[in-house]
Design a binder for this molecule. Structure first.
Ligand SMILES: NC(=O)c1ccc[n+]([C@@H]2O[C@H](COP(=O)([O-])OP(=O)(O)OC[C@H]3O[C@@H](n4cnc5c(N)ncnc54)[C@H](O)[C@@H]3O)[C@@H](O)[C@H]2O)c1
Ligand SMILES: O=c1ccn([C@@H]2O[C@H](COP(=O)(O)OP(=O)(O)O[C@H]3O[C@H](CO)[C@H](O)[C@H](O)[C@H]3O)[C@@H](O)[C@H]2O)c(=O)[nH]1
Length: 338
């Protein structure tokens, strides 16, 4: 982690009460930044915004609120995590996704233009690539999103790129996350997302007896063991990348776009075996048909982020990542028991 600057920049973190945003708030605070989170608590939790960061409860779509926030504070940068991000939900309610992810981001960018906030970091996603024909996926791989969610994130990327072309004082970093998992290794934060659909979180919940069994969505993929393969990145490594990208913009580097993963894949079966080993529970699984829209394998090419901003992951070990997720899930489980 970089040493704290002598005059801390003030960073606005939208979605700062959510899973990844709350870890970013913590990483920014530890790097010496002053942090304010803006979150409507749709899927986030006020207690996830750890002091001394401040939370403003409100919506990025509220232009009047943004006027108030940007006139009472001077921000040097914005990290924009606030979004809706459940792929199947985006298929059933596409306009809600365009409203929250596109209109919300547009509203925020209009305020950023009005108040001249120089640095912006966007949460994008591997979902912009759709079903990759080859792996690993490079940043220049053509974009073929297959869900409204993925399309809303491409539109966000385009808005940023066009704004930067028209405003020379404005620079951005776009981070395309692959599969994010785990929690703060010191146990202060984790993934509390309600109704999460993510494999590692669901497997940990199943190990704790919260689900009778874990479904394996297809074992007939053209992969070594037939189950889907994904590139899992620990949330603490991901938010460290955000801080480095922000610092590179502050140091004068140009706008850029980066994949965020580890460049290696684990299969669904390998993840399940690792969760069983960590939890020491041999929970039940059931193979079901493939989940519609799931690519067989998605693995990031991550040379660019390593070479350009010197990002070095610390938590690549799958069992270590799962251990942090499992410990957080145990804590949530204990807190919810009468
Ligand atoms: N979790 C992943 O695997 C993953 C992968 C790729 C990209 N992403 C992206 O990362 C970002 C964070 O995702 P997450 O997993 O932490 O999800 P999350 O749901 O935990 O966090 C999103 C946060 O944004 C808030 N929010 C949503 N709409 C808002 C609005 N209009 N105004 C203010 N706050 C609002 C929610 O209350 C929540 O706290 C999202 O942009 C998501 O698309 C996540
Ligand atoms: O109960 C489950 C849940 C998942 N899976 C499998 O596990 C793998 C990972 O699935 P996740 O739902 O955990 O993650 P996705 O790869 O579908 O999607 C995640 O990564 C995407 C980028 O690749 C998007 O960013 C998206 O928002 C984010 O949820 C897939 O092969 C899926 O079929 C199961 O077998 N059983």
């Amino acid at each position: 982690m970089a040493s704290p600057p002598s005059h801390p920049s003030h960073i606005l973190v939208t979605g700062g009460a959510g899973y990844i945003g709350s870890h970013a708030v913590l990483a920014l605070t530890e790097a010496g930044y002053r942090v304010t989170a803006l979150d409507n608590l749709a899927t986030g939790f006020a207690e996830a915004v750890l002091a001394p960061a401040q939370l403003i409860v409100g919506d990025v779509s509220n232009a009047q609120l943004l006027d108030e926030i940007f006139t009472t504070h001077t921000f040097q940068g914005v990290m924009h995590f606030a979004a809706s991000s459940v792929v199947p939900e985006s298929v059933h309610h596409p306009l809600n996704y365009y409203r929250n992810n596109v209109a919300g981001t547009l509203n925020l960018l209009q305020a950023i233009q009005k108040y001249r906030v120089p640095y912006f970091i966007l949460s994008s996603t591997a979902a912009v690539y759709g079903i990759p024909h080859t792996n690993p996926v490079v940043e220049t791989t053509p974009l073929h999103p297959i869900s409204p969610y993925g399309r809303t994130k491409i539109i966000d990327e385009w808005m940023l790129q066009d704004l930067a072309k028209s405003e020379p004082w404005f620079r951005y970093g776009i981070l395309r996350y692959f599969n994010v998992a785990g929690g703060d290794p010191a146990g202060r934060l984790g993934q509390s997302t309600p109704k999460a659909t993510h494999l590692i979180k669901l497997a940990c919940q199943t190990a704790l007896g919260l689900h009778p069994q874990l479904k394996i969505f297809g074992n007939d993929y053209p992969t070594p063991d037939g189950t889907g393969v994904r590139d899992f990145i620990h949330v603490s490594d991901l938010v460290a990348a955000h801080v480095l990208v922000l610092q590179s913009l502050e140091a004068g580097h140009p706008s850029d776009l980066f994949n965020c993963g580890y460049g290696r894949g684990y299969s669904v079966q390998e993840v399940i075996d690792a969760v069983k080993a960590v939890s020491q529970v041999d929970f039940s699984t059931q193979v079901t048909p493939r989940r519609p829209g799931d690519p067989p394998a998605v693995i990031a090419q991550v040379d660019k982020i390593k070479q350009k901003i010197g990002w070095q992951p610390q938590y690549e070990d799958l069992k270590e990542m799962i251990t942090t997720a499992f410990r957080w899930e145990e804590r949530l489980h204990r807190a919810q028991r009468p």
